[in-house]
Design a protein around this ligand. Sequence first.
Ligand code: PEP
Ligand code: MG
Length: 556
Amino acid sequence: MQGEGHNGDRSGTGIRLKGIAISPGIAVARVCLFNDSRHNVITPSLVDDGDVEHQVGRLMDAIRTAAARLEELRGKVEREIGAAEAEIFAAQKMMVQDPGIQKKMVDSIRRDKMGPEMAAMRVLDAYEARISALDNAYLRERATDIGEIKRRILDVLSETRPGLQCEGSGHCSRGRERVVVSAELTPSLTIDLDTAHVRGFVTEHGGVTSHAAILARALGIPAVSGIPGVAGMIACGTEVLVDGDAGEVVIWPEPARVERVRCREAAARRETVMAPVPGLRVMANISIASEAADAESMAAEGIGLYRTEFEFMAAGRVLSEEEQFGRYVSVVKAMNGKPVYIRLLDVGADKQVPGVVIAQEANPALGFRGARLLLQRPDLLTAQARAIARASVFGPVQVTYPMIADVEQFLALKRVFEDAVGRVRSGELRHGVMFEVPAACVEARALLAVADFGSIGTNDLFQYLMALDRNNEMVSRDFRPDHPAFWTILRQVVAAAGAVEKPLSMCGELAGWPQYAGRILQAGIRSVSVSTRLIPAVRKAAQAAVTDHKGDAARE
Ligand code: PEP
Ligand code: MG
């Protein structure tokens, strides 16, 4: 298919592919294909007797290069994200250099006369299969690492860029602006991509409120999903326009349109910080601690949602109390006295953490997730509670409880939290509820009577209210945030908060859509939390809505 893909000098023809807009913005760049299955099929070849040592040498060189690349990646992740996250690459490097594995591969070349590609594939596939069959979920996760190191060794042998497949044009080499096209974009994949050069994402699968889409929005990268077969349709190096506002991808876009996009990009780069506006507090959603500095520089009025499970996902394991404390305290300090809402771990469904054992579930979104999982794993909650309490000494911290369904569940979790904190020195801690399960919204008044605050999670609330999978692009077209049922339930929560005089905020993705700012204000919400990059646009829209409203009132 690759050879039949759209490529060549056909600029200006403008073929349109309709998909789903999952991250706003428009970008133009050449395509790099992300191809996870690029080495699934290898042509077998036998090595001549006289060539054996040369092929052994090729294999050993490839192993050294793969180890050096992993070391590079480890250093990059340690500098940009953190030491714990970097460990996953240190562990992969150790596996690449394992003498037992190397010996088996060398034996396959010397004894069985296999080419180094085939030897690496056979040996590592056998390890992967054995580990996958183990009765231990944590170890089974390591099988993914074996697959990853196999691809890295084969990438070096075949001179392919890790993760990116480029035939002919060599466009995927570092330092070039690109649109990454893949079957699927997973949250951990985005960490491995050279995001500084990624201008857009195009994927076959993934809904508008999937966590990968949330990351794309946090990075400010336009993305379109829901284009069946797209990964086999466009060749590397083809120029495309990704319209993350309209949910459209244009192959060989018209030059005039390309020019408009380039002007818009230049203007966006000049976009300045916008100071807070009266009438709507705008805070930032973050997933990892290092994003707090960005939020502060964009004049966020606090961190309204810190999705702590992403720290665990980035590290690829459960973090200790000490490691969590390090992250939380750095966020609290970066925000200089502004409030930080730290959400307790919301693991489960599409957010899996190795070491948090979750059996295969038929309906993970309705299964072992968020509050339910925390109640079954008090060890996780205990370490997190103590780390949060210690961080609260350095600034105002609010604790947000995810996926709460009723009062009993909230109080049970709060008890575990408070027992865990015990005598740990802490600041004043407030405990609040995410309103993202419809039952909690129906019970909002009772919940807010016992909680200190509420935060509306529109992503899950919409998913569960409308029975609409947030990760499934096949149903994304039914994601209609103007649905009356949604606004009715929202107003009920606002009324409940008013009745018991408890603060309420909104932190789901809808809060960051400037076109809804007026409607959110009208519904009585005065505080939102959005992706850092969206803060100026939301403030502008809120300011315009407040001005319009004043104008209307004056005319009446
Ligand atoms: C939500 O559901 O709206 C929310 C903010 O939480 P998450 O997107 O992390 O599930
Ligand atoms: Mg949620």
